[in-house]
Design a protein around this ligand. Structure first.
Ligand code: F6P
Length: 341
């Protein structure tokens, strides 16, 4: 068989581990040939690809980013890809395509599959918000980076008796804020799933100071926002590429807390640091398993599906199921976190 692989959307630690695993399983397990399209679906449309053999993927397991490059494709070009999906497969002589990506990529993959391309998707996002899988690789790395940041911020906050507001990624779901906030022992967590009352954050910090504690760390997801009437905040804008861009809840909340509390507050925006660098062992293992299972699904002819983690097992689920709704943080998970503030 000849298998195409590509990485699309925002990058994520573990992408290279999937590529490596696909190549190893396909070549040594099945005697297949693998080609890698460059810069996501753009490479597929523009004919930019290269053969991937064992040497091409040697030494990439621990590397962040993606050796194939990644890009977000405009809607018009995606339609173009869907309309010519079957011809594209024929043009490259591929028997299957394995796109590795997040919500947008999986939606595009579903369009291609519906249009006749044999597709097996692999989900990725540091946000962990794809509902059809219990976990995505990249999430554990992001949580580890954010937890270390909170640990570090606590010592400098204590030295200066400050309030630190650390903003982590998570546009629509607050999984990174929830888990890094819990692991780092943040004193408050603000998530997109539940608009926060700034008065509650102020009260919590005052209560800590009245107990003799001289600092506080608040972990806020970039998509979190105040409840109506609680604080002035314009959430975001749509940029020229059609993506929602947030205006910085971390900066805004730190300024508001400084004013209301009369204490120094500092924002720390972790941003893309959470997406860069080497994946954790957990993410390397999950990514490697996803790659292995994607190739097996190709050989079983299970197209229009994607790999998913259910409990401890990797299984296949329809791409249609993957993109119907986002996995948000449920209320009971918030209660568990709040009990240790
Ligand atoms: O979807 C993953 C994510 O990391 C989000 O949490 C974040 O808002 C977004 O990507 C930022 O991506 P970029 O800056 O690459 O557009």
């Amino acid at each position: 068989m000849r298998i195409g692989v590509l990485t699309a959307g925002g990058d994520c630690p573990g992408l290279n581990a999937v590529i490596r695993s696909v190549v190893h399983r396909a070549l040594t397990g099945h005697g297949d040939e693998v080609i890698g399209f460059e810069d996501g679906f753009k490479g597929l449309l523009d004919g930019h690809y290269r053969p991937l053999d064992l040497n091409a993927v040697s030494g990439i397991l621990a590397r962040g980013g993606t050796v194939l490059g990644s890009a977000r494709l405009e809607r018009g070009r995606l339609r173009e890809a869907a309309e010519t999906a079957a011809e594209l497969a024929q043009q490259y002589g591929i028997d299957a395509l394995i796109p590795i990506g997040g919500e947008g990529t999986l939606t595009a993959s579903r369009m291609l599959a519906d249009a006749g391309m044999p597709v097996v998707g692999v989900p990725k996002t540091i946000d962990n918000d794809i509902s059809a899988t219990d976990r995505t690789f990249g999430f554990d790395t992001a949580v580890t980076v954010a937890t270390e940041a909170i640990d570090r911020l606590k010592t400098t906050a204590e030295s200066h008796q400050r309030v630190m507001v650390v903003e982590v990624m998570g546009r629509h779901a607050g999984w990174i804020a929830l888990e890094s906030g819990m692991a780092g022992g943040a004193h408050g967590i603000c998530l997109p799933e539940r608009p926060f009352q700034v008065e509650d954050v102020v009260k919590m910090v005052e209560e800590r100071f009245s107990r003799g504690k001289k600092f506080a760390v608040i972990c806020v997801a970039e998509g979190a926002h105040p409840a109506e009437g609680s604080m002035d905040y314009q959430k975001g804008v749509i940029d020229q590429f059609g993506h929602e861009r947030f205006l910085g809840i971390g900066n805004r909340l730190a300024a508001e807390l400084e004013q209301r509390l009369g204490k120094e507050a500092r924002p720390v925006i972790l941003g893309h640091v959470q997406r860069g660098g080497t994946p954790t062992a957990y993410d390397r293992v999950l990514a490697t398993r996803f790659g292995w299972h994607a190739v097996e699904a190709v050989h079983r002819g299970e197209f229009g599906m994607m790999t998913a983690l259910r409990g401890t097992d990797v299984t296949m689920v329809p791409l249609a199921e993957a993109v119907t709704q986002l996995k948000r943080v449920p209320t009971d998970r918030m209660h568990e976190a709040e009990s240790v503030f």
